[in-house]
Write a protein that binds this ligand. Structure first.
Ligand code: HEC
Length: 322
């Protein structure tokens, strides 16, 4: 709650250079991010402004989406404005099987399953695949399902942006759409899959695919929102002892373990199968994790948690359903 990320320079990250997950009231401004798989990522988060950033030479520039299988099930109220989103054509070097590894190199902005997203006054150029992709879960590779998350992007507003030279070397899926639409111009903006209530300002001023039914926006700017940050810090939460396991899981474990998707760590579902009736086994492992998997980083030890808290988190991990 209430996070400010400003004036950072970040590069070379195998995931997102700036990663906001399961958070509310966020402001990401004046950062420079490059040579990473994703530049800036707003995931399962609400009320975020991403503005005045330099985002270049990543595989994907700015992403806002829902990862299924996390305790927070939605992403909405995201404003992406006044950013330079330029030449995000880096090779995607994301961990195989992770969601970001599915980001096609050359994409400026991806909105996946997020709602109420406003995109305004960005300079979006030289992204070889597409300037902006608006997509549902079903149309994106390797996304598991979560019955509690709506898979469609709704109410995405594309206001005035400056587009130039995007989509000059798109992926095959987009090439197929271009053929279907009898055009040879790769897109500034492309939308794939279902979604409701989206709109664009003057869509004939940029190259688009799939926006046929998008009307002109009624509201045409996001300037009514200066920031979603709260005036004062959020109240500290009081957590009943009986809820400790759930809170620890959500606050600590779910940062790396989603239910069925691969994130930093293996999916919770797989851990449930390994440790079915053995919460003590998990509690012991996390106190002093040993390296097990070649294709994952080591898990940081959790010995700062008391044995009771480790056990509570372990039991909760085994009980989570999605
Ligand atoms: C910073 C990321 C991160 C956090 C936070 C994290 N894990 Fe992990 N976890 C990992 C990674 C990475 C692995 C895979 C390690 C390996 O295979 O060497 C892993 C593996 C595991 C395993 C598998 C052990 C095995 O025998 O294969 C369990 C169980 C586990 N984590 C439980 C938890 C619990 C419970 C929490 C919260 C208290 C937690 N993890 C928090 C990253 C994390």
């Amino acid at each position: 709650m209430n996070g400010l990320i400003e004036y950072n320079v970040v590069s070379g990250i195998e995931d997102a250079a700036i990663y906001v997950g399961m958070s509310d009231n966020i402001h990401v401004a004046h950062n420079e991010v490059f040579a990473s798989v994703a530049g800036i990522e707003i995931e399962n988060s609400r009320h975020a402004v991403v503005e005045n950033n330099m985002v270049y030479d990543n595989a994907g520039g700015i992403l806002t989406f829902i990862t299924p299988g996390l305790p927070i099930k939605t992403t909405f109220d995201v404003i992406i404005r006044n950013n330079f989103i330029v030449g995000n054509n880096h090779k995607n070097f994301g961990a195989p099987g992770s969601i970001v590894s599915g980001v096609p190199s050359g994409t400026g902005i991806i909105v996946m399953a997020a709602d109420d997203v406003q995109i305004e006054n960005n300079i979006i150029r030289d992204n070889k695949n597409a300037g902006i992709i608006v997509v549902d879960h079903g149309s994106f590779g390797n996304i598991p399902k979560d019955p509690e998350s709506d898979p469609n992007p709704d109410r995405v507003s594309i206001y005035r942006n400056l587009f130039s030279n995007n989509g000059y070397e798109p992926i095959d899926d987009i090439k197929a759409l271009m053929a279907l639409n009898l055009t040879r111009k790769g897109p500034d903006v492309v939308t794939v899959g279902p979604g409701n209530g989206s709109c664009a300002v003057n869509k004939s001023s940029f190259k688009s695919l799939g926006l046929g039914s998008w009307p002109e926006c009624k509201k045409t700017t996001s300037t009514d929102v200066a920031s979603y940050l709260l005036d004062k810090p959020a109240e500290p939460r009081k957590i009943a002892a009986a809820d400790a396991g759930e809170h620890l899981y959500r606050a600590v474990c779910a940062g790396c373990h989603a239910y069925s998707a691969r994130m930093i760590g293996p999916p919770t579902q797989i851990i449930q199968a390994m440790y079915a009736d053995n919460p003590q086994g998990i509690a012991d492992y996390i106190a002093k994790p040993v390296k097990k998997r070649e294709d994952f980083p080591p898990m940081p030890g959790q010995s700062h948690l008391s044995p009771e808290h480790r056990m509570a988190a372990a039991k909760y991990m085994l009980s989570v359903k999605n």
